[in-house]
Ligand binder design. Structure first.
Ligand SMILES: *Cc1c(COP(=O)(O)O)cnc(C)c1O
Length: 377
């Protein structure tokens, strides 16, 4: 069994995929070709924002946003303690300070009330200026934007939506990557919408920020390629990856997102009452980057993972370490702030992500559930 079956996806899409890739080879426009602009238009339209700019990966996408906003030394950027490293890594890279915020017990997403506590603490200390909150759409589920927006408005924070795992999710029909002042996504192969390598994108309704990010994306270009008006990056999406994404995005819209939601419903129906299953609040829709259960303690989680492995079932621990305990952030640690994030810390020992993708069969989800049931007996 595959954790995320990209080979099966390729078998289904092969004829369209091969044609799309060969078309790029024959066309010769390998950088910023027609497919890149077409894809950006398709993505912006789907998400419901004015601008989409593709870039080299989801980490650069976050960096482009921070650069457009001029985030730097002395700025506090609030980041959930339970996320992939990138969400916070980009902050010290710009010279700013990440401040870790705890997550909700049920959704694993940023806890808006703990955000308010952290902002107030930073203001009371008076050393940093609160500027941005990175709201992560973890495992495919949009963060609680109504609650986060309320706190952000009270303290003048910008919202950077890290939708690397969230593309395709929605709240009351409004799509992920439209909630942040700027939003980002990743096309890393295992994400809900992935290419065949690295890729990413930024989304915004703001013309000025879009223009700045378009410049930062290509060496800080000004009026033309060899007019450089700021220090930027080389962070474009390859034309061949745009062509791959056009084929995958069609399948994603037509059936993959529905298929992965059907698989999640099967898991949840079968696992109900056996383990803690993912919570999707009313009105929210997930794109199921991960289907993550929670066990009663770390020993049970580790033993279950070993038991499943012996039965040939892959599983992953996303994530084994909270951000505030990452060695890389030690130099950014703020001794006057007692960062504990108890929920995030506990989740790291209790969560387990199960095989999940649009092509998983009923037999496979059934086998995973039976194996979990057998272990817990
Ligand atoms: C994958 C991921 C990223 C980074 O994306 P890359 O394309 O790998 O750079 C950022 N944030 C989150 C939450 C992610 O899962």
């Amino acid at each position: 069994m595959e954790f995320r079956d990209l080979k099966q996806q390729y078998r289904v899409l092969q004829s369209q995929m091969d044609a799309a890739v060969l078309d790029v080879m024959a066309g010769g426009a390998f950088i910023m070709g027609r497919q890149v602009r077409e894809l950006e238009q398709e993505l912006a339209e789907y998400v419901g924002v004015k601008h989409c700019l593709t870039c080299a990966n989801g980490t650069d996408a976050l960096t482009l946003a921070l650069k457009a906003w001029g985030i730097g030394p002395g700025d506090a950027v609030f980041v959930p303690d339970f996320t992939f490293f990138s969400s916070a890594e980009v902050v010290p890279l710009e010279g700013a300070t990440p401040v870790f915020v705890d997550v909700c017990e049920d959704t694993f997403n940023l806890d808006a009330s703990d955000l308010e506590r952290a902002v107030c603490q930073v203001l009371a200390e008076g050393r940093l200026t609160p500027k941005v909150v990175v709201a992560v759409d973890l495992f495919g589920l949009p963060a609680n934007y109504p609650a986060i927006r309320a706190v952000a408005n009270r303290y003048g924070l910008k919202i950077l939506e890290d939708g690397a795992q969230g593309f395709g999710g929605s709240i009351d029909g409004k799509r992920a990557c439209s909630f942040g002042d700027i939003a980002t996504t990743s096309f890393f192969p295992a994400k809900p919408l992935g290419c065949y390598g690295d890729g990413g994108a930024v989304f915004t309704d703001n013309d000025g920020w879009a223009e700045l990010m378009a410049s930062y994306r290509v060496h800080g270009k000004g009026s033309f390629k060899y007019d450089n008006v700021r220090i930027g990056l080389n962070s474009r999406l390859d034309t061949v990856q745009a062509a791959v994404l056009q084929v995958k995005f069609k399948a994603f819209r037509e059936y993959e997102l529905d298929a992965v939601n059907a698989a999640a419903r099967r898991y949840t129906a079968l696992l109900n009452g056996i383990v803690e299953t993912p919570v999707v609040p009313d009105g929210f829709r997930s794109s199921w980057a991960q289907y993550t259960i929670r066990l009663r303690d770390g020993a049970t989680r580790d033993a279950l993972q070993a038991f499943m492995k012996a039965a040939g079932i892959p599983s992953m621990v996303y994530y084994p370490k909270p951000m505030h305990l990452q060695t890389a952030f030690a130099q950014d640690s703020r001794p006057e702030q007692a960062v504990t994030c108890p929920v995030a810390t506990r989740l790291c020992s209790e969560v387990l992500s199960l095989p999940m993708h649009p092509y998983i069969s009923e037999e496979e989800t059934g086998l995973v559930v039976n194996t979990i049931q057998e272990f817990l007996k």
